[in-house]
Write a protein that binds this ligand. Structure first.
Ligand SMILES: [Zn+2]
Ligand SMILES: [Zn+2]
Length: 351
C-alpha cells in the first residue's frame, strides 16, 4: 500500500521474475519513488472509509466470528467446481450474507482468488457498496473484472475511481464531466419524469454516506454532508423515460436540479490490480511536472496552469513519461537510489 507520505512502494514482485528482470523492476520502483507521487488527497474527497472502519468490517469480511461444521444444504449437492463457479456469479451482498452462515461457506468463498483480491485491494469500494445498498447489483466476477481493468470507461485515461451505482471505472475528472455519472435525488427524478412508485423502485438508487466531499472539480471547497441522501443516476432514467419530457413536462422544467457534489458522493477510489504481477496501481503523477507547474505560477501552487487530475499515469505510462521528462530525470539523478542504475548497467555488461 502507498504510505501516508504519498510516496509509492511496490506491493510485491512477480514470483517468476528472473534476476535481471527483478533488477529492472527494482530500478523502476526506485524511479517511481524518486519522481512519482500518488495524490491520495483526491480519494478523500469522494466516498471513503477510514482505516479504523476498515478494521471493524474486516472481522465480517475477512474472517467469520460464527464457526460451525454444518454444510451448505442443497448447494453441497453440486460438484465443487460448479459450486465455486456459482459463487463467482453471486452478488456481493449475497456473498457477504453467505459467509455469515457457517465455516464451510466462509471457506468456500475465501478459496476464490477473485474474492481474496477484492477484499484485499478493493475493500473501500466493497464497504461503500454494502453501506450504500448497492452490493446486490455487483457480482463477484463483475467486481474482480473491474478491479483488473485500468482505463476510464469514458475518456480512456488511467481511471483510479469507480462510479458506484453503475459500477463503471472512471477517472477523477469524469466523475463530474461525464453525463453518465450525473446523480440526482429520487424526488427530482420522480418529478421530472412523473414516475410511479414502481418505476422509482426500478431505478438504481443508493443511500449516500455522511462525510467530507469535494463540491466540484474546479472548486477548492469541501463540504461536510451529514444527511444520508437517496440518489439515483440521471442517465438511465433519461434513457428510459426521456419521451415523457417531450410530452408532459413544460420545457422550463426539463433541466434537472443537479449538484456536482452528488456525483462525488457516488464514486470512490478503486486501484488497478494486475493479476500477473499481483501488484496494485493507484495512479502516479509526476513530481517533476508538478514542480515545473508551480515554478511557472509562483504563488499559485493551489491553482496550477494544468488541471492536476490531468497528469495521472498508470505505472507503465509513468515510466514512459519519465523517459521524456527532463524535470523528473533531474529528481531521479539527485536521488540516493540513482546509484542502482549504474550497478545494473555494470552487472549487465559483466553477464
Ligand atoms: Zn475519464
Ligand atoms: Zn514529468
Amino acid at each position: 500500500m502507498a504510505p501516508a507520505d504519498g510516496r509509492l512502494v511496490s506491493i510485491s514482485h512477480s514470483p517468476q521474475a528472473r534476476p535481471r528482470e527483478a533488477l529492472q523492476t527494482e530500478l523502476d520502483e526506485a524511479i517511481i519513488r524518486a519522481a512519482g507521487s500518488h495524490r491520495r488527497a483526491y480519494a478523500l474527497t469522494v466516498v471513503h472509509v477510514s482505516r479504523s472502519d476498515h478494521s471493524r468490517v474486516q472481522s465480517s469480511i475477512l474472517t467469520s466470528s460464527i464457526v460451525s461444521q454444518t454444510g451448505l444444504g442443497a448447494l453441497d449437492r453440486l460438484p465443487v467446481e460448479l459450486l465455486l463457479q456459482a459463487l463467482r456469479h453471486m452478488d456481493m451482498q449475497t456473498l457477504f450474507s453467505l459467509r455469515q452462515v457457517n465455516l464451510r461457506a466462509r471457506q468456500m468463498v475465501d478459496s476464490l482468488k477473485e474474492y481474496r483480491a477484492v477484499v484485499s485491494y478493493g475493500l473501500t469500494a466493497y464497504c461503500a457498496l454494502l453501506r450504500m445498498r448497492l452490493a446486490a447489483h455487483v457480482t463477484l466476477l463483475g467486481f474482480y473484472r473491474l478491479l483488473c481493468s485500468q482505463d476510464c470507461a469514458f475518456c480512456g485515461k488511467f481511471g483510479g475511481f469507480v462510479f458506484l451505482p453503475l459500477w463503471i471505472r472512471c477517472c477523477f475528472e469524469c466523475i463530474e464531466e461525464d453525463p453518465e455519472t450525473r446523480m440526482v435525488t429520487v424526488a427530482e427524478v420522480r418529478r421530472l419524469f412523473r414516475l410511479s412508485r414502481a418505476e422509482v423502485g426500478r431505478q438504481r438508487a443508493c443511500l449516500t454516506m455522511p462525510g467530507i466531499y469535494t463540491t466540484g472539480l474546479y472548486s477548492a471547497d469541501k463540504s461536510y454532508q451529514r444527511a444520508r441522501l437517496k440518489l439515483v443516476p440521471y442517465f438511465p432514467a433519461m434513457k428510459e423515460f426521456g419521451d415523457r419530457l417531450e410530452t408532459g413536462v413544460p420545457r422550463s422544467r426539463h433541466q434537472p436540479f443537479w449538484d456536482p457534489v452528488h456525483n462525488f458522493m457516488a464514486s470512490c477510489e478503486l486501484p488497478y490490480y494486475d493479476p500477473q504481477t499481483q501488484t496494485v496501481d493507484y495512479g502516479i503523477s509526476c513530481v517533476g511536472c508538478e514542480a515545473r507547474a508551480v515554478e511557472g505560477n509562483p504563488g499559485q501552487a493551489s491553482r496550477p496552469a494544468v488541471a492536476p487530475w490531468d497528469g495521472i499515469f498508470s505505472r507503465d505510462n509513468f515510466l514512459k513519461h519519465f523517459k521524456g521528462c527532463r524535470q523528473a530525470q533531474k529528481l531521479w539523478e539527485a536521488s540516493p537510489e540513482a546509484a542502482l542504475e549504474a550497478i545494473i548497467k555494470r552487472d549487465v555488461v559483466h553477464e
